[in-house]
Design a protein around this ligand. Structure first.
Ligand code: URA
Length: 429
């Protein structure tokens, strides 16, 4: 008979054992109902971080987290559903142009998103820079927006009923040094995405200095675990591993990233943002079984029409001027040569210190704060040329942001720079 009490379950994992299905169900259910105490769950999370979980355990853990709340159902919309999840990077505004683009291709895109914590910004924080835009959309309204062929995409906050066990567990992991466990990250992300009710999912697993996963081997393990969980749950899932050593695009910060996303929707924007948007859109469109080239839909303005409709459907004014920070400061190149490195983590920390991000859940962020990059790796620069403009409403943040950027770039007397690939690998379930 399997022991169903918290201490036996912690001891089992601590000693390298495999948890039985009923132990996993019991502990997640007990934690959700407050019967398993935070300190017990913290000890179990640490045991899992140190000992790992098998594929069966991770699948059952994910299923138990989904079962702790409600599962949304978007069948019967008359259009295929497909979503994208990024593990988070600096300047990663891709959801903003991508969701309306894929909706304009004929899919419904139900994206339940989060706010940022630390050096990577959250999609909701970015969209909240648009005057009037609201992240809370009731489930019934979400369905109406998704079914509307003129809109088809909704980016909103997950309600309290979606995988509540994950919400509580993530908050505990955040303060107990137990975030960095591949089975716990995979089950956390996938429980929310499966509960969200999407039929297909494209994962953008970031690799590099500005990402959760610093090595390609770890990123591949995380991607493989998530793709397996998706396949086991009947969600058609593909993962791309993409480079996050340097920020995506030329902006990091909420309103700054919205403006850059609108440039992409208008047919311009930085080459890397356009490339990643189209690559992910092609994967999503294929997963949704549609036969449309997203490049055509971007070029002829249909994606922009869907953006405007998507913003207006959530109370935003797509034509309103975006907030602008009150103070700026420029960082210039100290030498001439080829810019061979712009460190994503350093830029992310600078943007965060300027007020674009938060250190604790619930803190407010500044809409206009952030960093604009005037040069990207591979560009030739001259001494004294502007490299970054820092934006903030709170100028006392400048010294800390400047300190974060002190070693953010390398300039070398070479013209031999070879850009690395943006997409590093692809895993299919
Ligand atoms: N994002 C999540 O949603 N969960 C994790 O565990 C890590 C990142």
């Amino acid at each position: 008979m399997t022991a169903l009490d918290a201490v036996s379950i912690i001891r089992c994992k601590r000693d390298g054992g495999e948890l039985a299905d009923e132990q996993i169900d019991w502990v997640i259910d007990g934690f959700t109902r407050g019967v398993v105490a935070d300190e017990q769950m913290s000890a179990l999370a640490m045991a899992i971080l140190l000992r790992g979980m098998t594929r069966r355990e991770t699948g059952r853990w994910t299923a138990a987290m989904i079962a702790s709340g409600q599962r949304m159902d978007f069948t019967g919309l008359g259009r295929p559903t497909v979503d994208k999840h990024s593990t988070g990077g600096v300047g990663d505004k891709i959801t903003l142009p991508l969701a309306p683009l894929v909706a304009a291709c004929g899919a419904a895109v139900p994206q339940l998103s989060g706010r940022g914590l630390g050096h990577t910004g959250g999609t909701l924080d970015k969209l909240e820079a648009i005057p009037g835009w609201r992240a809370d959309v009731p489930a019934g309204r979400m369905r109406e927006i998704l079914a509307d062929p003129a809109i088809g995409a909704v980016v909103c906050a997950a309600g309290a009923e979606l995988a509540p066990a994950d919400k509580r567990l993530y908050a505990l992991r955040d303060v107990t040094g137990t975030v960095e466990s591949i089975p716990l990250i995979a089950s956390s992300i996938m429980s929310k995405k499966i509960a969200e009710g999407t039929a297909a999912l494209v994962l953008d697993v970031k690799v590099g200095s500005g990402a959760f996963m610093k090595s390609i081997a770890d990123a591949r393990d995380l991607a493989a675990a998530m793709v397996e969980l998706g396949a086991d749950a009947g969600v058609s899932t593909v993962a791309l591993l993409t480079a996050m050593d340097t920020p995506l695009g030329r902006t990091a910060g909420n309103a700054l990233e919205v403006a850059e996303s609108v440039e992409v929707l208008a047919g311009g924007g930085p080459a890397d943002v356009v490339e990643l948007t189209l690559t992910l859109a092609r994967e999503m469109v294929a997963r949704a079984g549609l036969h449309v080239d997203p490049a055509d839909v971007l070029a002829d303005g249909r994606a922009m029409d869907h953006w405007r409709a998507m913003i207006a459907a959530q109370g935003g004014d797509p034509e309103a001027p975006l907030p602008v920070a009150r103070h700026t400061e420029t960082v210039t190149a100290t030498a001439a040569g080829t810019l061979t490195r712009v460190d994503a983590m350093d830029v992310g920390i600078a943007a965060w210190r300027l007020g674009a991000g938060r250190a604790r859940q619930g803190e407010a962020v500044q809409a206009g704060a952030g960093v604009v990059l005037h040069a990207k790796p591979g560009d030739t620069v001259t001494a004294g040329q502007p490299l970054f403009t820092l934006h903030t409403d709170t100028p006392d943040a400048f010294p800390a942001a400047l300190a974060a950027l002190a070693d953010a770039v390398s300039i070398e007397p070479t013209s031999e720079y070879k850009p690395g690939a943006l997409v590093l690998d692809r895993l299919v379930g």
